[in-house]
Design a protein around this ligand. Structure first.
Ligand code: ATP
Length: 287
């Protein structure tokens, strides 16, 4: 095999809690992660010429070691002393810097594809162990599906599957820095923490409505006051049939959960009527 391709799914956070700030500056989190069917696509081709040659459809993205795809490829190629070179084309469809782990899922998928292309024989656990060196979300992106993520994001456990539903994604054209959101987060007694265990219980019961009632993301306390558009999108989704609506990660992406595809599609049209531009997309869960 000289060439292969792989779809890298985006994730949303059904719940996101921050427990404490550690002495090393990292935050201890509890997050419910869910993959959705919104994909970047990576195409990898072995070349005779040595080195990694990365191209992408987005001209503003780095194509050197600042891209997580490049870094994940060189990590495996160096460790396994792979001869020859590798050309990678990254077709981005997941919005960048949006709270949907775009870069992490690209890196995870790149490692999975290289493992196949060069018959490295690594299992998921072994890939996850390598991935965490590049980013705390990468192990989850190797695993995919529904998972509870703890520690700094690298401790993963499987939880009951999220009940079937449709997802409406809306990303306003706002730039949010994950780092600044976490550093502005105040963990005092008045900050409402989402009840992650209650959400897991609702998943166990396969009760989508109850799950939606308890969804929460503590980072909304920082991002929403700074960007009222996020609240406007949430209200628009809820007014148009969503069972629940929440910001994903540090934002600015908002998702809505629907039990009916037509409702999700008509809410999508309503999002286009908002007084600011959004990338809007209807999809469902990736298992
Ligand atoms: P998270 O949900 O993990 O916080 P995110 O969706 O907020 O991730 P990304 O889309 O991963 O953020 O991108 C954040 C930054 O990382 C971008 O500004 C970009 O320059 C850089 N980056 C490096 N590699 C990639 C990649 N493959 N795709 C997108 N961005 C990348």
């Amino acid at each position: 095999m000289d060439s292969t391709w792989i779809n890298a799914p985006a994730k949303i956070n059904i719940g996101l809690d921050v427990l404490r700030r550690r002495d090393d500056g990292y935050h201890e989190v509890r997050m419910i992660m869910q993959s959705i069917r919104l994909f970047d696509r990576l195409t990898l081709t072995r070349t005779a010429e040595p080195g990694i040659h990365l191209t992408t459809n987005l001209s503003f993205l780095p194509v050197n070691k600042d891209n997580l795809v490049y870094r994940s490829a060189s990590l495996l190629m160096e460790e396994f002393g792979i001869d020859g070179g590798l050309s990678i084309h990254l077709e981005k469809r997941i919005p960048v810097a949006a709270g949907m782990a775009g870069g992490s899922t690209d890196a995870a998928s790149c490692m999975l594809a290289i493992n196949d292309l060069y018959d490295l024989g690594l299992n998921k656990r072994q890939l996850m162990k390598r991935g965490v060196r590049l980013g705390a979300d990468i192990p989850y992106c190797v695993l995919k599906g529904t998972a509870l993520s703890e520690g700094i994001g690298e401790k993963l456990s499987t939880i009951p599957r999220m009940p079937d539903c449709y997802i409406l994604i809306a990303k306003p054209g706002i730039h949010v820095s994950t780092r600044s959101v976490y550093s502005a987060l105040e963990l005092n007694d008045t900050v409402p923490h989402p009840d992650i265990d209650r959400m897991i219980h609702a998943m166990k019961q396969r009760d989508l409505e109850d799950l939606c009632r308890h969804m929460g993301n503590i980072l909304e306390t920082v991002t929403v006051p700074a960007h009222p558009e996020i609240d406007e999108i949430k209200r628009c989704m809820m007014a148009n049939g969503a069972l629940g609506s929440l910001m994903s990660g540090s934002g600015p992406t908002v998702f809505g959960i629907f039990d009916d595809l037509d409702k999700a599609k008509s809410a999508k049209l309503k999002c286009y009527e908002l007084p600011f531009k959004c990338f809007v997309f209807v999809t469902d869960l990736y298992r």
